[in-house]
Design a protein around this ligand. Structure first.
Ligand code: ATP
Length: 336
């Protein structure tokens, strides 16, 4: 049976990395009807919004989407398409696996941790205003409902993936009410999951611990902003943003997208690393039950990175985006 899946190519390097991913997924033997919908800066003039309603409707109908990055204007302009999508579809859990790969030069070995980021509130609620001409205020929302939900999600994920520890990351020593509530919720949920070790670490200390011994960590759950910052930082520990996939999961659907942004500096040159997007595709396939195809693609990616013969320029090679996808496809054939 073919799966109906929404495809948002995005902008910047988005169309290149999603095209490479679609090729790889199609070569895995899984049948997919891609419903391609456009979003971002390129549609603003036509629809007067960066996120036309057909995008949300398509995802609501299909429940699953693969999404390329969409540029977010800094300090002005339209609201982030990424954040709006997550809020509109209630995609409350953002999962970013951070893993080292043999063959990729990085500062550490044996890193295999997962960042579970709360996706619906915190400073990302976008409630800000000017108090006076010279003072701006941004409001941080933390609720029991969202905190319980994300910590529960982290424990379930830990169990499903045979992980042994969940750590809650916070700044409750300073934000005693908001982060204090998050921590209180995390401790309450942990009581129900005594088979998984639980602890909590203050976010600044966690940053230091991560850059010193990232291989020690397993599942880290945290509010939205800390998750955004720590996942980019953790990407740097394992060889860069080109390697980190992501999933946004909610009750009404799931959107899979690489952790990186639209990287306008390298867009349109066929040099972006499509690995993060391909691995997001692997997460998507597992989510829809196509586990065999997911394993096949993941194994091929690992083999190609390990051989180190065909790497994109962020990893020190000179293989193009589309050529990298072809190499993965060839490897899938050989591994069969
Ligand atoms: P955003 O705010 O939209 O999340 P960002 O600030 O995290 O974006 P990115 O666009 O993700 O920034 O990337 C930062 C830099 O990392 C890029 O300018 C690019 O040089 C590099 N980079 C990101 N993704 C890739 C990739 N897939 N392949 C190669 N280099 C990449």
């Amino acid at each position: 049976m073919a799966h109906d899946i929404t495809l948002i190519p995005g902008d910047g390097i988005g169309p290149e990395v999603t095209a490479a991913t679609v090729k790889v997924i199609e070569s895995s033997g899984v049948q997919i009807n891609w419903e391609i919908v456009r979003a971002g800066a390129e549609v603003i003039e036509e629809f007067n919004t960066a996120l036309p309603s057909y995008v949300l409707e398509s995802i609501k109908k299909n429940k699953i989407a693969l999404k390329g990055p969409v540029t977010t204007p800094v300090g002005k302009g339209f609201k982030s398409v990424n954040v709006t999508l997550r809020q509109e579809l209630n995609l409350y859990a953002n999962i970013r696996p951070i893993k080292t790969y043999e063959g990729v030069s990085s500062r550490f070995k044996d890193v295999d941790l997962i960042i579970v980021r709360e996706n619906s509130e915190d400073l990302y609620a976008g409630i800000e205003h000017m108090v006076s001409e010279d003072i701006a205020e941004s409001i941080k929302i933390i609720s029991k409902k969202a905190s319980d939900r994300i910590v529960e999600f982290a424990f379930k994920l830990a169990k499903d993936q045979n992980r042994s520890e969940v750590l809650a990351i916070h700044k409750a020593n300073i934000m005693k009410l908001s982060d204090g509530l998050f921590l209180k919720c995390a401790k309450g949920i942990a009581e129900k999951h005594k088979d998984i070790a639980f602890g909590d670490v203050i976010v600044d200390a966690m940053s230091m611990k991560l850059v010193m011994n990232p291989e020690k960590y397993d599942v880290l759950v945290m509010p939205n902003l800390y998750g955004d910052i720590l996942s980019d930082m953790a990407a740097g520990l394992i060889g860069g943003l080109g390697l980190v996939p992501g999933a946004n999961i909610g009750e009404e659907g799931a959107v899979f997208e690489p952790a990186h942004g639209s990287a306008p500096d390298i867009a349109g040159k066929n040099i972006a690393n499509p690995t993060a997007c391909i691995l997001s595709g692997v997460m998507l396939l597992r989510f829809i039950g196509e586990v065999e195809a997911a394993n096949k693609i993941e194994k091929a990616v690992e083999s190609v990175l390990k051989e180190g013969k065909y790497l994109t320029c962020d990893l020190g090679g000179n293989t193009g985006t589309q050529e990298f996808a072809e190499v993965i496809i060839e490897k899938m054939g050989q591994n069969n």
